[in-house]
Design a protein around this ligand. Structure first.
Ligand SMILES: [Zn+2]
Length: 380
């Protein structure tokens, strides 16, 4: 009965925090309390990034074109930028202390809802990100400070929670399995065919068996890893880790790692997205442990909400409390609009992972450990 009361309380909390939180009777994530960013003014309609086309101010960096940025609307040698893609953020100065959006998708399907993104809207999200100067990177590259996007561009990270069929569906065609072009993985791969410089990096925080077709789950996780995508940890049974003992946590966190090891023996699951965004006071059993003889270690713990994440170069960066941006219309408009109005706050790459370029005035914000072995470059 205590469990029943807990569920009721949780439902009330979720309803209060996020309006409608139930889809088909299943509970999806609610916001972590206190993690909501302050309300921002409504953004103007999406448009070219401010400064697009070059502002003519010199930036002293060591690589790329004379001012370190690709020529406006042009092609820079050494990367796959396409000419004539319309507005590009070539006027943005590098700022590798800026914020990075880790987008959080749940259901991908036929309707638009609090925890669901319609297929065509997902495709439009990719188009908008591309148009506004964002390029995909993997979560692990972000955590390891190995961001490889061309100079002047902003990295963005895709995450998908709960592993539903709309995220990744197989069709059976003439005895062969093919990726359903309608599902998120199909949309992502198709988009990257047309825009190879956008990338396909994404992390899927699945439950088990994932993606709604139990008989194909092993083929699916193999496919994702073979195509450079990642599987993340979302616990064995979508449990509230805040309520479990260390031994129970080890089972919930170690369980998926053990299952995946049987299919992908050399693949390392490196990050965990918290179900409901809830965690115990002492999270050491989530960070690392051993379950049934299989060790696990998480480089990062991802929250449910609700704002862009700090750069790894930021001294306040905390990989064990990584915020994400909910990938629904209102939040995407809010944050893409915010960065369009405040381009100085977004992470903008200098194009070279071994060099960290930042505005001089932000020098005090640097995390010396994160930039060890790299060249730090400042500009006024
Ligand atoms: Zn979940």
């Amino acid at each position: 009965m205590r469990r029943y009361r807990l569920v009721i309380n949780l439902l009330i909390l979720l309803a209060f925090l996020s309006g409608v939180s139930l889809i088909s009777g299943k509970i999806y994530e609610g916001f972590k309390e206190g993690s909501r960013a302050p309300a921002l003014p409504q953004p103007a309609a999406a448009g070219p990034v401010p400064g697009a086309g070059g502002n003519g101010e010199a930036v002293q960096v060591t690589n790329g074109s004379p001012n370190g940025l690709p020529a406006a609307g042009g092609v820079q040698a050494g990367n796959s930028l396409e000419a004539g893609n319309g507005p590009s953020p070539t006027g943005l100065r590098p700022n590798e202390l800026g914020k990075v959006m880790i987008l959080e998708y749940h259901l991908i399907g036929d309707k638009e809802d609090r925890w669901e993104r319609r297929y065509d809207n997902f495709r439009q999200d990719l188009e908008r990100l591309y148009r506004e100067g964002y390029r995909l990177i993997s979560l692990v590259d972000y955590l390891e400070n190995n961001i490889r996007v061309p100079a002047g561009y902003t990295p963005v990270i895709l995450t998908f929670d709960d592993g539903s069929r709309g995220q990744f569906n197989f069709l059976e065609k003439d005895g062969q399995l093919v990726v359903d072009p309608k599902s998120a993985v199909g949309i992502l791969l198709d988009f990257a065919k047309e825009h190879p410089d956008f990338g396909t990096a994404a992390t899927f925080y699945t439950l088990f068996p994932p993606f709604g077709q139990p008989k194909y789950w092993k083929e699916k996780v193999r496919f994702l890893v073979e195509h450079g995508m990642d599987i993340g940890n979302h616990t064995l049974s979508h449990s509230n880790l805040g309520k479990l003992s260390p031994a129970e946590i080890a089972r919930e966190v170690g369980g998926p790692v053990k299952l995946l090891k049987e299919v992908l023996p050399t693949y390392e699951v490196k990050t965990l997205a918290l179900p409901y965004g809830l965690l115990p006071k002492d999270d050491s059993a989530i960070r690392a442990g051993t379950y049934a003889g299989v060790p696990y270690r998480n480089l990062a713990i991802l929250l449910v909400g609700a704002e862009p994440a700090r750069s790894v170069n930021d001294r306040l960066f905390n990989p064990y409390r990584l915020p994400r941006v909910q990938a629904i219309s209102s939040e995407l408009d809010r944050w893409l609009g915010y960065f369009a109005r405040h381009p100085e706050e977004r992470y903008v790459s200098d194009g070279d992972p071994s060099v960290i370029t930042i505005p001089e005035k932000l020098k005090g914000q640097l995390n010396a450990a994160a930039t060890a072995g790299k060249t730090v470059q400042t500009y006024r």
